[in-house]
Write a protein that binds this ligand. Sequence first.
Ligand code: LLP
Length: 469
Amino acid sequence: MSRSAHPAGPRHADVLPDPPPAPPQADANALDPAIWPVTACRDGGVLHLGGAAVPDLVGRHGTPALFLDEADLRARARAFATAAAGVDVFYAGKAFLCTTVATWVAQEGLGLDVCTGGELAVARAAGFPPERIALHGNNKAVGELQHAVLAGVGRVVLDSFEEIRRAADVASAAGIRQPVLVRVTVGVEAHTHEFIATAHEDQKFGFSLRDGAAEEAVAAVLDSPALELAGLHSHIGSQIFDTAGFEVAAGRVVSLAARIRDLHGIEIPEIDLGGGFGIAYVAGDDPEPPRQTVERLVGIVAQECARAGLPVPRIAIEPGRAIVGPAMVTVYEVGTVKPVELDHGMVRTYVSVDGGMSDNIRTALYDAQYTCVLAGRESDAAAVLCRVVGKHCESGDIVVRDAWLPGDVRPGDLLAVAATGAYCRSMASNYNHVPRPPVVAVRDGADTVILRRETVEDLLRLDAGVDRG
Ligand code: LLP
């Protein structure tokens, strides 16, 4: 229901229909290692991250704040980078990007996928090697293309016929032969939320295989002396657990590569299968380890190439969520606790925290599920069904729809929400003029602000009507 547009008015007060409440966790204080960052542990009941006690971190940085476990992020990046030979891994910066994280992923041997001039500017500010940057986007402005081409980015992923012409003009004016990939719509709908499935036909990305657009796009690139066809690209969605979608996608991209060889007598050097690898948000989510996923993709492409009589090209992937998602934890302070009796006699305890949909829109937007625990203490009080909500002026401002928290949860408690690294801070807004929270890296007991907290002054600075005397 939350996914459909609704007329302004009555639905603003509605909350989503109740899913059946999740069963109580065996232990409301427990930290499931599949969900929490690698360094998360309890010491004396207190949650520690990166060797630091969360209450101490909060004392220095306030709430809400996102804490990023550097060791966790680096290990995940490395696991992808070293999973298989012949595979280029591009970190998808849209999941979360700042110069520090760009530097870490460069150090771990990854490339970087950016999809706007803004993300490209962060990559450049970090000194990210331009030849390892890929520029995406379905509507790149001429200025963004110029920025990318002049910076020497390794590849531009082309998404429309207008863009092929624009990129060719920009590259030719710069006297550069720009390597490009052609983004193909393979007609696969991955098993994921409809808002984040991108390769079925009825959507804005890529060139369709079905109507011959992909072949025409390849021909247009080959006709442009300023463009070099570096490969084919496909991205089928996000938060995918079932690799069957990748299998179909790879098969279709390889078939296109075979037709291109037959038509033009050239071999495609690289096939990029995009990102989308799922992570665990709640108990029972069971993603495959990166090595297994990458090996499977390599196997699929090799098999499809053998069938088509093609040499195996280089393979690229673009994980975002699977690298940064589990590495971050958002810590809030509880402000109010309000038990509400439901129609069927159940009680739901509304726990209001000092952030909400401005720092995590995913619950409202995608019905995302999260796991949370008390961070400042353990409690053996019996767990009660809670809904963690924010401080924004709408009922859909939900952070964790169903959370079993100790029944003595109270104002002043610190609440940690796991797996908030991807698409939380990067999709944060200033709704209700709430400043966006900081990101603090933690490692070996040391904490470093890598993105500072926004202030109300930052927001007022944009307001041209403020009298600055
Ligand atoms: N490559 C391309 C071309 C993409 O469009 C994306 C994500 C990725 C790679 C990285 O996907 P990942 O590995 O992070 O799943 N805001 C949504 C997710 C949108 C994904 C957009 N594209 C969410 O919060 O779930």
